[in-house]
Design a protein around this ligand. Structure first.
Ligand code: NAD
Length: 496
């Protein structure tokens, strides 16, 4: 059986010392093994990145950008192959995998603009004959640690920008589905990256801890669940590294009485059940304002959910595929059980969904739960499955208070026809990414992505303009060149 190895110093590396099963979630069968790097292997990758740094940082940004242009073209040319690898190991249906790749490519396109983005700031004559400028220099070796749910896109949030800024990189992808991540990294290599500039090590906590403790690693970008994000942020910071750690979510949509309900229902289906709800920007909570709104919303959702189809990744007529593991399938079913036990009403029940011919796949069907209240465990915690819960409130303010009180603050949305209500909502809600009649307000690649509260530890968001700040350090130079013949003499007074 094939074992997914590592990419170190430009070469694929086999490693079978310690491995873990990789499943095909659509069938439930083990299809590969993945190597779990030990400390020495990770240290080798860090050493390769460190050795590659001096030449790479001195490579003109426009040449680094040209590699990104070639990388983009290669990603487009290999789209089918990449989407298939995502489907086989993650379970994402083809159209969804295609969307993930497209969003990833847009981050490569952003990195193509690096000569413009690194231009810096310049002031002439800050004093007589004195000029001053700030430039943005690369940090050195940067590490990225990524989750299973976007094995192509989330790594592309990180290393195209980091490399374009002149850093070298060690990526530790999720151990559950890293074949596509590896293939994409090989294409980056093929695009012209010198050996050691981009390295990928597969692994688990041992690999992560090595990256967190090695003094050669200057900065860490993390995306994953909140408990691990908090651990990564605390450890990296304690070790003097710059860190951004993006965590979990529980995104709410407020549905106002004046909303176009058919549009809201249509949008909510994609946002709640797309990719089986395994998205940090999924929308698992609808907050209906008023009993009448709630009753109409639940009726329409229940009817609209009937034709939804779950099944294997390879059948593009399916709306969404399986969950990532059997353990996760059981966890999601457990949340539905707990909501029911706590007194909520399961309106559409996906717990016993069986896909003929794929009986051992990790499926949970689309589920709708009404009369959910904030004290329930299913409301408080991130489920990360195809489960939409409805909470009933009496006013928009009550809905906003609910959202503000939640520990997570990644994304949110309001469905309304009232511009004043929408403006009040976007002005005041304590959430990082906000949609108006758009339930998945994922910023485009030339903005930045980040939640508030316990959805992001660190000051800077992922990708876009913030990534250029995160992956560089400012240096400010103040310079005087005495002009020949007009030199006035040296002053030792403190400059004023
Ligand atoms: P996870 O936290 O289990 O794993 C993320 C990464 O951390 C993986 O590379 C994993 O190997 C590593 N890891 C896991 N346990 C570790 C430990 N004890 N010590 C050190 N490293 C460890 O997350 P996941 O299940 O792969 O992904 C789903 C989660 O990611 C969800 O909570 C989701 O909301 C979140 N997510 C957030 C965003 C965002 O932008 N905020 C985006 C995508 C996913």
């Amino acid at each position: 059986m094939e074992t997914i190895g590592h990419l170190i110093n430009g070469e694929l590396r086999e490693d079978t010392a310690r491995t873990q099963d990789v499943y095909n979630p659509s069938t439930g069968a083990v299809q590969k093994q993945v190597a779990l790097a030990g400390r020495a292997t990770v240290e080798e990758a860090i050493a390769a990145a460190e050795a590659a740094f001096p030449d790479w940082r001195d490579t003109p940004p426009v040449r680094r950008a040209r590699i990104m242009f070639r990388f983009k073209a290669l990603l487009e040319a290999h789209a089918d192959e990449i989407n298939q690898l995502v489907g086989l190991e993650h379970g994402k249906i083809g159209h969804d995998a295609g969307g993930e790749l497209q969003r990833g490519i847009e981050n490569v396109e952003f990195a193509c603009a690096i000569p413009e983005l690194l231009k810096g700031e310049y002031s002439r004559n800050v004093g007589p004959g004195i000029d001053s400028w700030s430039e943005f220099q690369p940090l050195g070796v940067v590490a990225g640690i990524t989750p299973f749910n976007f094995p192509v896109m989330v790594p592309l949030w990180m290393y195209p920008a980091a490399l374009a800024c002149g850093n070298t990189f060690v990526l530790k992808p999720s151990e559950r589905d890293s074949s596509s991540t590896m293939r994409v990294a090989q294409l980056a290599q093929e695009a012209g990256l010198p050996p050691g500039v981009l390295n990928v090590v597969n692994g688990d906590r041992e690999a992560v801890d090595t990256l967190l403790h090695d003094p050669r690693v200057q900065a860490v970008s993390f995306v994953g669940s909140t408990p691990i994000a908090e651990y990564i942020y605390a450890s990296a910071s304690a070790n003097g590294k710059r860190c951004q750690a993006l965590g979990g979510a529980k995104n709410h949509a407020i549905v106002m009485p004046d909303a176009d309900l058919d549009n809201a229902v249509n949008q909510l289906l994609g946002a709640a059940f797309g990719s089986s709800g395994e998205r940090c920007m999924a929308l698992p909570v609808a907050v209906a304002v008023g009993e009448d709104t709630a009753n109409r919303l639940v009726d329409k959702l229940g009817a609209a959910m009937q034709p939804l189809k779950t099944g294997p990744w390879s059948d593009s007529s399916n709306d969404f595929g399986p969950l990532i593991t059997k353990a996760h399938q059981e966890k999601v079913r457990g949340y539905i059980n707990s909501a029911e036990a706590d007194g909520a009403t399961v309106v559409v029940d996906g717990r016993n969904t069986v896909v003929p011919g794929h009986e051992n796949g990790f499926y949970v069907g689309a589920t709708l739960i009404d009369h959910v209240t904030p004290d329930m465990q299913s409301y408080q915690e991130e489920i990360f499955g195809p489960v939409l819960q409805v909470v009933r409130v009496n006013s928009m303010q009550e809905g906003m208070d609910l959202i503000d009180a939640h520990e997570y603050g990644n994304g949110t949305c309001i469905f309304t026809r009232d511009g004043e209500a929408a403006r009040y909502f976007t002005d005041h809600i304590k959430v990082g990414m906000v949609g108006v009649n758009i339930p998945l307000p994922v910023p485009v690649a030339y903005h930045s992505f980040g939640g508030w509260k316990r959805s992001l530890f660190g000051d800077l968001s992922a990708y876009g303009p913030d990534s250029v700040r995160f992956y560089t350090r400012r240096k400010t130079i103040t310079q005087r060149w005495p002009s020949a013949g007009v030199r006035e003499g040296v002053s030792f007074a403190f400059p004023s």
